[in-house]
Design a protein around this ligand. Structure first.
Ligand code: ZN
Length: 699
C-alpha cells in the first residue's frame, strides 16, 4: 500500500524540480510520516554500519539529508508563498517529528565517532579542502550540541538546553504580551495631527478590532500600540509631544515589571549560557558563539567595533547638534533641548526638508521589467553570465511567478531561478528572501556516470503588484531589496563546489553570509547601472539628475547615528556574553548603561529597560552575534571598494574584477574559510575604510 502512496504523493518524488501544480496540503502529513519512518530506519542502519570514509559516511548522510531537505524544503517554501489554514495545520502536525529527527541526526554518537575517525585516518589527506571543511564543521556542530559529553555533564548539558528553550520562549512571549498590553485610544483630531493616511487607516482598523465599531481613518477613534508599524510612524510624525513621550516611556519599559518582567529571565539565561559554554570547554558564551563564525575572537570583534565607534561617535554627536539647531529654528517648543521622544520626529522633518522627495515620486522610473534588464545587464558585465527567461520550463506555485535560466560564457545553462516578485498578503509572508530549491552537487547516477546537479534558487520579494494595466512600479527601496536577494542567489547559483555540504551558501559562516547580498546593493547607487535602468515607464525619460543626487545624499543621512546605534547593541550583547558575571555586583542593566557612555550621544534614561525586550539576543539567534550586521557590512563595502579602485567607469577593469569576485566569493561558497575566500579576492584582510567612506564617515 505504501508503495502506491509513494508513487502518488508528489512530495515524495525526492528529486528534480518540485511539481508545484500537483502538490496539495493533504499530501504533507502522509508524505512526511512515511519519509521520516524510512529515514529513521536508514539512519539506524547507517549508524550500525558506518565506515569512517567519505563514501561510507558523508555520501550516505548527503543522500539521507537531501531526501528530507527536498520534501520538507518544499513544504517550508509553500508555507512562505502559498500559506493556507490547511497547510499550516499539516505543517504543525509533522514539524515536531522533523525537529526530533534532525536532533537525533545531529546528536548521533556513532556518526560523530565516524567523523572523528575519518579526520584521524590516513585517507584524510586525500580529501579536498571543501571535504575537509565539511567534516570539520560536522564535528564542530556535533560537539556544540553536546555530543562529546558523557555522564553527569551530558545530563546537565541536556537539562540546560531544555531550560534555555523554555526561558527564551518565555522571554519572547513576555515581550509579545507586554507589547499587546499597552494601547492608547485617541479620539480628537489634534492627537493624530501629522500622521499620514496609511497610519490613520491602520489605527482606525486597530480601533475597530478592539471594539470601536464605527472607527474611521477620517474621524477616529484611532488606536496606537507599541507594535512597530504603529509605534514608529507615531514617533516620526505625531505632532503631540506629550503623546510621543507617553508612548516612548511605555516602549522602553516593555516586559520590565509585574508578571511579564524579563529581568530575572535575562539573569538566568546569561547564567545558563555561561555554564553551557564552560561545559563545552569555552571561557564564555561569546567564545562558544564565535567558534562557528568567521570572526576569530572576541578581541577581533571588539577591535573592529572600536574602529567604527571612533569614526562614528563625533558624527553622531554632530547629527544631534544639527537636529537641535534645526528643531530650534522651526520654533520647536522644546527648543534645542531634544529628548528621546523628539529625535525620530525632528529627524523626519529635517529629512523632508533636506531631500524633498518621496519614495512614491520615483516609482514611475522603476518598472520591474526594466529593473530586471538593468540587473541582468550588470551581472553579465561583471560576471559574464547571461540571464534569460525560461518561463514554462518549470511548474510554478502562482501565475505571477517567473522562471529564469543562467548561462555561462559558453552558453551552457549552469543554474536556474524562480522569481516571485509581488506582495500577496492573503497567502504570502512579508519580507524578501532567497532560498535553496536545488543545490549544486556532483553525483554518480544509477548507470555509473558522473553528473552535476544544477542549482535552482527561489527569489521571493514583496513589491507592489501591477495595477490597472501598468507594470509593477518599484520604489528605490524595492529595487535595493531585489538586488540584495539576487546577491544571495548568485552565491547559490554560481558556486563551483561539487560537494553539496559546502556548495553555494552551505557551510558559509553566519557573519559572512550577507557579503554577496549587501555587495549587490552598492550597484543601485552606481550611476551607470542606475541611470541605465531608471527610465520613466511611459515617456522613457531617464531619471532626472537631481533625484540621483538626492538618492546619494539621503543614503548617508544621519549615518553616524545609525552606525553608533548598531555598535551599541553589538557591544552590549558581546559584553553580556563574555565578561559579565551574572549574580555579581553589576547588573545587566548596569552593563548597558556603562557601555552607553561611549556608544550613545543621548544617554538612555535611568529607567530604560531596553534589554527586557532585546529579543534578538535573548530569544533569537543573535546571542553574541549581533555584531554580525556590521561585520558583514565591512566585508561587502570593502569588496565593492575593489571595484571602485579598479574604476567604476572602466568596463574592462570591471570585468576583470568581476571575474575575480565570481571565482572567489561566488564560486567557493563554504568550501574555504571566509577569511581565506576574502583574501583571495581582495589580496588582503578586510578594511573598514570603504564602509566608512560609503557612509560619509571617513576621516
Ligand atoms: Zn540578506
Amino acid at each position: 500500500m505504501s508503495a502506491i502512496a509513494t508513487v502518488d504523493n508528489p512530495l515524495l518524488k525526492g528529486q528534480g524540480l518540485p511539481p508545484f501544480a500537483d502538490i496539495q496540503p493533504e499530501h504533507v502529513v502522509s508524505a512526511m510520516t512515511q519519509l521520516l519512518a524510512e529515514l529513521e530506519s536508514e539512519l539506524a542502519n547507517l549508524a550500525a554500519n558506518v565506515t569512517p570514509t567519505w563514501s561510507g559516511l558523508v555520501e550516505p548522510i548527503d543522500r539521507l539529508s537531501e531526501r528530507l531537505r527536498w520534501s520538507w524544503g518544499i513544504v517550508g517554501h509553500l508555507m512562505g508563498v502559498k500559506n493556507s489554514p490547511e497547510l499550516r495545520t499539516a505543517y504543525e502536525t509533522v514539524q515536531p517529528q522533523v525537529v526530533e529527527f534532525y536532533n537525533k541526526f545531529s546528536q548521533s554518537q556513532p556518526l560523530y565517532a565516524a567523523f572523528k575517525a575519518l579526520r584521524a585516518s590516513e585517507t584524510w589527506n586525500t580529501l579536498v579542502d571543501a571535504q575537509k571543511r565539511i567534516v570539520e564543521a560536522a564535528i564542530r556542530d556535533a560537539e556544540l550540541s553536546g555530543v562529546g559529553l558523557a555522564g553527569e555533564q551530558r545530563d546537565r548539558f541536556n537539562a540546560i538546553q531544555l531550560e534555555l528553550a523554555e526561558l527564551t520562549t518565555k522571554f519572547s512571549n513576555n515581550v509579545l504580551d507586554a507589547t499587546k498590553a499597552f494601547s492608547l485610544t485617541l479620539t480628537s483630531p489634534d492627537e493624530v495631527e501629522g500622521l499620514p493616511p496609511s497610519w490613520l487607516s491602520l489605527a482606525a482598523q486597530a480601533a475597530r478590532a478592539a471594539g470601536e465599531e464605527k472607527a474611521t481613518p477620517e474621524i477616529g477613534p484611532w488606536r496606537v500600540t507599541l507594535d512597530f508599524p504603529s509605534y514608529l510612524p507615531f514617533m516620526q510624525h505625531g505632532k503631540r509631544r506629550d503623546l510621543r513621550e507617553k508612548l516612548y516611556r511605555a516602549f522602553i519599559s516593555r516586559a520590565s515589571s509585574g508578571d511579564l518582567d524579563n529581568t530575572p529571565l535575562i539573569e538566568k539565561i546569561l547564567q545558563l549560557r555561561r555554564e553551557k559554554a564552560n561545559l563545552l570547554g569555552f571561557n564564555s558564551y561569546a567564545e562558544l558563539s564565535l567558534a562557528s563564525k568567521m570572526a576569530p575572537s572576541v578581541d577581533a570583534v571588539e577591535t573592529l567595533s572600536e574602529e567604527l565607534r571612533r569614526a562614528s561617535y563625533d558624527a553622531a554627536k554632530q547629527d544631534l547638534e544639527d537636529l537641535r539647531t534645526f528643531a530650534a529654528s522651526k520654533g520647536a517648543p522644546e527648543g534645542s533641548n531634544l529628548q528621546h521622544w523628539d529625535i525620530a520626529f525632528w529627524a523626519e522633518r529635517q529629512r523632508e526638508e533636506k531631500f524633498a522627495f518621496s519614495a512614491e515620486e520615483l516609482r514611475p522610473y522603476f518598472p520591474l521589467p526594466q529593473v530586471l534588464d538593468g540587473l541582468f545587464t550588470l551581472v553579465n558585465k561583471l560576471f559574464g553570465v547571461t540571464v534569460t527567461a525560461a518561463d514554462g520550463q518549470a511548474p510554478v506555485w502562482h501565475e505571477d511567478v517567473r522562471y529564469f535560466q543562467i548561462a555561462d560564457e559558453t552558453g551552457e545553462a549552469i543554474a536556474y531561478f524562480y522569481l516571485d516578485p509581488y506582495s500577496r498578503p492573503a497567502e504570502k509572508r512579508g519580507g524578501a528572501w532567497m532560498d535553496d530549491c536545488i543545490g549544486r552537487a556532483k553525483m554518480t547516477t544509477h548507470e555509473g556516470t558522473v553528473a552535476t546537479r544544477k542549482p535552482v534558487a527561489y527569489l521571493v520579494c514583496n513589491q507592489t503588484p501591477p495595477v490597472d494595466g501598468k507594470p509593477s512600479l518599484m520604489t528605490f527601496n524595492e529595487v535595493e531589496t531585489l538586488f540584495h536577494e539576487f546577491g544571495h542567489g548568485l552565491q547559490h547559483m554560481l558556486t563551483k563546489v561539487d560537494d553539496a555540504g559546502a556548495a553555494g551558501i552551505n557551510n558559509v559562516e553566519w557573519d559572512a553570509v550577507e557579503l554577496p547580498s549587501q555587495f549587490m546593493e552598492n550597484w543601485c547607487y552606481h550611476q551607470e547601472t542606475l541611470m541605465g535602468m531608471a527610465k520613466h515607464y511611459e515617456t522613457g525619460e531617464t531619471l532626472p539628475e537631481h533625484y540621483y543626487q538626492k538618492l546619494i545624499a539621503a543614503r548617508n543621512y544621519m549615518s553616524g547615528s545609525a552606525m553608533l546605534r548598531q555598535l551599541h547593541f553589538g557591544l552590549v550583547d558581546l559584553e553580556l556574553h563574555h565578561r559579565y558575571q551574572p549574580g555579581g555586583t553589576e547588573t545587566a542593566s548596569d552593563v548597558r548603561q556603562r557601555i552607553a557612555k561611549t556608544t550613545t550621544v543621548l544617554p538612555p534614561l535611568p529607567e530604560d529597560a531596553f534589554l527586557c525586550s532585546f529579543g534578538h539576543i535573548f530569544a533569537g539567534g543573535y546571542a553574541a552575534g549581533y555584531y554580525s550586521y556590521k561585520w558583514a557590512e565591512v566585508l561587502s563595502a570593502d569588496a565593492f571598494g575593489a571595484f571602485e579602485e579598479a574604476g567604476l567607469d572602466n568596463p574592462q577593469a570591471l570585468t576583470e574584477t568581476g571575474k575575480r569576485f565570481r571565482n572567489t566569493v561566488l564560486a567557493l561558497g563554504g568550501s574555504q574559510h571566509p577569511m581565506d575566500v576574502f583574501k583571495s579576492f581582495r589580496g588582503r584582510e578586510p578594511s573598514t575604510e570603504p564602509l566608512l567612506r560609503h557612509s560619509g564617515l571617513a576621516a
